[in-house]
Design a protein around this ligand. Structure first.
Ligand code: NAP
Length: 253
Protein backbone atom coordinates (compact mmCIF):
# COMPACT_ATOMS: atom_id res chain seq x y z
CA UNK A 1 0.00 0.00 0.00
CA UNK A 2 1.34 3.46 -0.86
CA UNK A 3 1.78 5.75 2.14
CA UNK A 4 -0.30 8.94 2.01
CA UNK A 5 2.80 10.89 3.09
CA UNK A 6 6.54 10.33 3.22
CA UNK A 7 7.88 8.53 6.27
CA UNK A 8 11.06 10.51 6.79
CA UNK A 9 12.19 11.66 10.24
CA UNK A 10 14.88 14.06 11.40
CA UNK A 11 16.37 13.71 14.87
CA UNK A 12 18.78 16.37 16.16
CA UNK A 13 21.45 15.52 18.71
CA UNK A 14 21.32 11.96 17.36
CA UNK A 15 25.02 11.31 17.95
CA UNK A 16 24.47 9.70 21.32
CA UNK A 17 22.15 9.41 24.32
CA UNK A 18 18.44 10.05 23.88
CA UNK A 19 18.74 11.23 20.27
CA UNK A 20 20.60 8.08 19.19
CA UNK A 21 17.96 5.87 20.83
CA UNK A 22 15.14 7.87 19.22
CA UNK A 23 16.76 7.56 15.77
CA UNK A 24 17.12 3.79 16.17
CA UNK A 25 13.54 3.45 17.33
CA UNK A 26 12.10 5.50 14.49
CA UNK A 27 14.13 3.44 12.01
CA UNK A 28 12.70 0.28 13.58
CA UNK A 29 9.24 1.84 13.24
CA UNK A 30 9.85 2.11 9.49
CA UNK A 31 10.99 5.71 9.09
CA UNK A 32 13.96 6.72 6.99
CA UNK A 33 15.96 8.80 9.45
CA UNK A 34 18.22 11.82 9.10
CA UNK A 35 20.53 11.82 12.12
CA UNK A 36 21.87 15.35 12.77
CA UNK A 37 24.52 16.30 15.31
CA UNK A 38 27.58 18.44 15.94
CA UNK A 39 29.51 15.17 16.00
CA UNK A 40 29.41 14.18 12.32
CA UNK A 41 31.41 10.99 12.81
CA UNK A 42 28.95 9.76 15.46
CA UNK A 43 25.87 10.29 13.29
CA UNK A 44 27.53 8.75 10.24
CA UNK A 45 28.27 5.68 12.38
CA UNK A 46 24.69 5.71 13.73
CA UNK A 47 23.31 5.80 10.19
CA UNK A 48 25.58 2.89 9.20
CA UNK A 49 24.34 0.89 12.19
CA UNK A 50 20.73 1.52 11.15
CA UNK A 51 21.51 0.51 7.56
CA UNK A 52 23.24 -2.65 8.81
CA UNK A 53 19.99 -3.53 10.59
CA UNK A 54 18.01 -3.14 7.36
CA UNK A 55 16.87 0.46 7.88
CA UNK A 56 17.49 3.62 5.87
CA UNK A 57 19.39 6.56 7.34
CA UNK A 58 21.94 9.29 6.73
CA UNK A 59 24.13 11.18 9.19
CA UNK A 60 24.68 14.93 8.75
CA UNK A 61 26.95 17.17 10.82
CA UNK A 62 25.61 20.60 11.83
CA UNK A 63 25.24 23.14 14.58
CA UNK A 64 21.47 23.53 15.10
CA UNK A 65 21.93 27.16 16.15
CA UNK A 66 23.41 28.11 12.74
CA UNK A 67 20.79 29.11 10.15
CA UNK A 68 22.79 28.19 7.02
CA UNK A 69 23.84 24.82 8.41
CA UNK A 70 20.26 24.00 9.40
CA UNK A 71 18.88 24.93 5.98
CA UNK A 72 21.58 22.88 4.22
CA UNK A 73 21.10 19.82 6.45
CA UNK A 74 17.32 19.77 6.03
CA UNK A 75 17.73 20.11 2.26
CA UNK A 76 20.21 17.22 2.24
CA UNK A 77 17.75 14.99 4.07
CA UNK A 78 14.94 16.00 1.71
CA UNK A 79 17.14 15.32 -1.35
CA UNK A 80 18.51 11.98 -0.15
CA UNK A 81 15.64 10.45 1.85
CA UNK A 82 12.57 12.46 0.83
CA UNK A 83 10.64 15.31 2.44
CA UNK A 84 10.81 15.11 6.25
CA UNK A 85 7.46 14.82 8.03
CA UNK A 86 8.75 14.04 11.53
CA UNK A 87 11.08 16.33 13.50
CA UNK A 88 12.49 15.57 16.93
CA UNK A 89 14.22 18.63 18.41
CA UNK A 90 16.50 16.86 20.85
CA UNK A 91 19.97 18.50 20.59
CA UNK A 92 20.91 20.00 23.91
CA UNK A 93 23.66 21.19 26.22
CA UNK A 94 24.00 22.24 29.84
CA UNK A 95 26.18 25.04 31.21
CA UNK A 96 25.17 24.88 34.88
CA UNK A 97 26.06 27.51 37.45
CA UNK A 98 24.42 29.49 40.20
CA UNK A 99 23.20 32.77 38.79
CA UNK A 100 25.86 34.89 40.45
CA UNK A 101 28.54 32.88 38.64
CA UNK A 102 26.74 32.37 35.33
CA UNK A 103 28.36 34.07 32.34
CA UNK A 104 26.69 35.69 29.33
CA UNK A 105 28.18 32.86 27.28
CA UNK A 106 26.59 30.19 29.53
CA UNK A 107 23.22 31.84 29.01
CA UNK A 108 23.54 32.45 25.26
CA UNK A 109 24.89 28.97 24.47
CA UNK A 110 22.07 27.15 26.24
CA UNK A 111 19.28 29.34 24.90
CA UNK A 112 20.94 29.22 21.47
CA UNK A 113 21.03 25.44 21.15
CA UNK A 114 17.67 24.59 22.72
CA UNK A 115 15.44 27.49 21.71
CA UNK A 116 17.02 29.06 18.64
CA UNK A 117 18.08 25.63 17.39
CA UNK A 118 14.54 24.26 17.68
CA UNK A 119 13.14 27.38 16.04
CA UNK A 120 15.54 27.16 13.08
CA UNK A 121 14.99 23.42 12.62
CA UNK A 122 11.22 23.72 12.83
CA UNK A 123 11.07 26.66 10.44
CA UNK A 124 13.13 24.71 7.91
CA UNK A 125 11.14 21.46 8.22
CA UNK A 126 7.58 22.74 8.54
CA UNK A 127 7.31 23.61 4.85
CA UNK A 128 7.76 19.93 3.97
CA UNK A 129 5.12 18.96 6.54
CA UNK A 130 2.52 21.53 5.50
CA UNK A 131 3.07 20.64 1.80
CA UNK A 132 2.15 17.03 2.66
CA UNK A 133 -0.63 18.00 5.06
CA UNK A 134 0.93 15.72 7.69
CA UNK A 135 3.61 16.18 10.28
CA UNK A 136 4.75 15.35 13.80
CA UNK A 137 7.00 17.62 15.86
CA UNK A 138 8.38 16.43 19.20
CA UNK A 139 10.41 18.83 21.33
CA UNK A 140 12.56 17.82 24.28
CA UNK A 141 11.71 19.80 27.40
CA UNK A 142 12.72 18.64 30.90
CA UNK A 143 11.48 18.44 34.47
CA UNK A 144 14.01 21.26 34.96
CA UNK A 145 11.38 23.52 33.32
CA UNK A 146 9.73 23.49 36.76
CA UNK A 147 12.89 24.98 38.31
CA UNK A 148 16.24 23.46 39.21
CA UNK A 149 19.06 24.93 41.28
CA UNK A 150 22.09 25.87 39.16
CA UNK A 151 20.13 25.86 35.91
CA UNK A 152 18.52 29.28 35.34
CA UNK A 153 19.61 29.10 31.69
CA UNK A 154 18.56 25.48 31.10
CA UNK A 155 15.27 25.71 33.01
CA UNK A 156 14.35 28.90 31.13
CA UNK A 157 15.13 27.15 27.83
CA UNK A 158 13.16 24.03 28.76
CA UNK A 159 10.16 26.08 29.95
CA UNK A 160 10.48 28.01 26.69
CA UNK A 161 10.27 24.75 24.75
CA UNK A 162 6.82 24.20 26.25
CA UNK A 163 5.46 27.55 25.06
CA UNK A 164 7.12 27.03 21.68
CA UNK A 165 5.42 23.64 21.38
CA UNK A 166 1.96 24.90 22.27
CA UNK A 167 2.18 27.73 19.74
CA UNK A 168 3.36 25.36 16.99
CA UNK A 169 0.35 23.16 17.78
CA UNK A 170 -1.97 26.14 17.34
CA UNK A 171 -0.37 27.44 14.13
CA UNK A 172 0.23 24.15 12.32
CA UNK A 173 -2.74 22.03 13.41
CA UNK A 174 -4.85 22.85 10.38
CA UNK A 175 -2.11 21.46 8.14
CA UNK A 176 -2.29 18.04 9.82
CA UNK A 177 0.77 18.75 11.94
CA UNK A 178 0.89 17.98 15.67
CA UNK A 179 3.47 19.37 18.11
CA UNK A 180 4.14 17.93 21.55
CA UNK A 181 6.86 18.13 24.16
CA UNK A 182 8.42 15.39 26.23
CA UNK A 183 9.79 16.45 29.60
CA UNK A 184 12.16 13.72 30.81
CA UNK A 185 13.28 13.32 34.39
CA UNK A 186 16.65 11.70 35.10
CA UNK A 187 17.82 9.74 32.05
CA UNK A 188 21.17 7.93 32.17
CA UNK A 189 23.25 9.58 29.41
CA UNK A 190 26.52 11.48 29.00
CA UNK A 191 24.63 14.63 30.06
CA UNK A 192 23.72 13.29 33.51
CA UNK A 193 27.09 11.54 33.81
CA UNK A 194 28.79 14.91 33.26
CA UNK A 195 26.76 16.30 36.18
CA UNK A 196 27.94 13.42 38.40
CA UNK A 197 31.54 14.16 37.39
CA UNK A 198 31.08 17.86 38.09
CA UNK A 199 29.70 17.33 41.61
CA UNK A 200 32.34 14.67 42.32
CA UNK A 201 30.01 11.69 42.90
CA UNK A 202 30.62 8.31 41.27
CA UNK A 203 28.27 7.55 38.40
CA UNK A 204 26.82 4.47 40.15
CA UNK A 205 26.20 6.38 43.40
CA UNK A 206 24.71 9.31 41.47
CA UNK A 207 22.22 7.04 39.69
CA UNK A 208 21.36 5.17 42.91
CA UNK A 209 20.74 8.47 44.69
CA UNK A 210 18.50 9.68 41.87
CA UNK A 211 16.56 6.38 41.80
CA UNK A 212 15.72 6.78 45.50
CA UNK A 213 13.79 9.96 44.67
CA UNK A 214 11.87 8.44 41.74
CA UNK A 215 8.53 6.67 42.40
CA UNK A 216 9.24 3.76 40.00
CA UNK A 217 12.56 3.32 41.87
CA UNK A 218 14.89 3.44 38.88
CA UNK A 219 16.47 6.06 36.66
CA UNK A 220 15.25 6.45 33.09
CA UNK A 221 16.96 5.07 30.00
CA UNK A 222 17.09 6.68 26.52
CA UNK A 223 14.70 3.95 25.32
CA UNK A 224 12.03 5.26 27.74
CA UNK A 225 12.02 8.52 25.81
CA UNK A 226 12.27 6.80 22.41
CA UNK A 227 9.13 4.82 23.23
CA UNK A 228 7.19 8.00 23.99
CA UNK A 229 8.44 9.64 20.78
CA UNK A 230 7.31 6.55 18.86
CA UNK A 231 3.78 7.01 20.23
CA UNK A 232 3.64 10.76 19.57
CA UNK A 233 4.73 10.42 15.92
CA UNK A 234 2.38 7.51 15.23
CA UNK A 235 -0.58 7.82 12.89
CA UNK A 236 -3.01 7.23 15.74
CA UNK A 237 -1.68 10.11 17.87
CA UNK A 238 -3.10 12.74 15.51
CA UNK A 239 -5.51 14.13 18.13
CA UNK A 240 -2.76 14.65 20.73
CA UNK A 241 -1.24 18.10 20.22
CA UNK A 242 0.18 20.93 22.29
CA UNK A 243 0.82 18.59 25.23
CA UNK A 244 3.76 18.20 27.58
CA UNK A 245 4.29 14.60 28.65
CA UNK A 246 6.46 14.18 31.73
CA UNK A 247 8.42 10.94 31.36
CA UNK A 248 10.01 10.88 34.75
CA UNK A 249 8.97 7.68 36.56
CA UNK A 250 6.44 9.65 38.56
CA UNK A 251 4.66 12.99 38.59
CA UNK A 252 7.99 14.83 38.94
CA UNK A 253 11.67 13.94 39.13
P1 NAP B 1 23.70 14.18 25.45
O1 NAP B 1 24.05 12.77 25.74
O2 NAP B 1 24.60 15.24 25.93
O3 NAP B 1 23.49 14.31 23.87
C1 NAP B 1 23.17 15.54 23.28
C2 NAP B 1 23.61 15.51 21.84
O4 NAP B 1 23.27 16.81 21.28
C3 NAP B 1 25.12 15.31 21.67
O5 NAP B 1 25.36 14.34 20.70
C4 NAP B 1 25.58 16.70 21.24
O6 NAP B 1 26.67 16.69 20.34
C5 NAP B 1 24.37 17.22 20.50
N1 NAP B 1 24.43 18.67 20.38
C6 NAP B 1 24.75 19.57 21.34
N2 NAP B 1 24.75 20.82 20.84
C7 NAP B 1 24.43 20.71 19.53
C8 NAP B 1 24.29 21.65 18.48
N3 NAP B 1 24.48 22.95 18.67
N4 NAP B 1 23.97 21.18 17.24
C9 NAP B 1 23.80 19.87 17.03
N5 NAP B 1 23.91 18.93 17.99
C10 NAP B 1 24.24 19.35 19.23
O7 NAP B 1 22.25 14.56 26.01
P2 NAP B 1 20.95 13.66 26.33
O8 NAP B 1 20.95 13.38 27.76
O9 NAP B 1 20.81 12.57 25.33
O10 NAP B 1 19.82 14.79 26.10
C11 NAP B 1 19.06 14.90 24.91
C12 NAP B 1 17.97 15.96 25.14
O11 NAP B 1 17.15 15.58 26.23
C13 NAP B 1 18.50 17.34 25.46
O12 NAP B 1 17.68 18.32 24.88
C14 NAP B 1 18.38 17.40 26.96
O13 NAP B 1 18.32 18.72 27.43
C15 NAP B 1 17.11 16.62 27.17
N6 NAP B 1 16.95 16.07 28.52
C16 NAP B 1 17.86 15.16 29.03
C17 NAP B 1 17.68 14.66 30.30
C18 NAP B 1 18.63 13.65 30.92
O14 NAP B 1 18.44 13.33 32.11
N7 NAP B 1 19.60 13.13 30.23
C19 NAP B 1 16.60 15.09 31.08
C20 NAP B 1 15.71 16.00 30.55
C21 NAP B 1 15.90 16.49 29.27
P3 NAP B 1 28.19 16.64 20.86
O15 NAP B 1 28.37 15.31 21.44
O16 NAP B 1 29.04 16.85 19.67
O17 NAP B 1 28.31 17.77 21.87
Amino acid sequence: MTEPHSRVAIVTGAGRGIGAAVAQRLAADGFAVGLLDLDEAAVKQGAEDIAAGGGKAIGVGLDVSNTEQVEAAVQKVADELGPPTVLVNNAGITRDNLIFKMTDQDWDSVLGVHLKGSFLMTRAVQKHMTAQKWGRIVNLSSTSALGNRGQVNYSAAKAGMQGFTKTLAIELGKFGVTANAIAPGFIATEMTKATADRVGVSWEDFKAGAAQQIPVARVGQPEDIAHTVSFLVSEGAGFVSGQVIYVAGGPKD
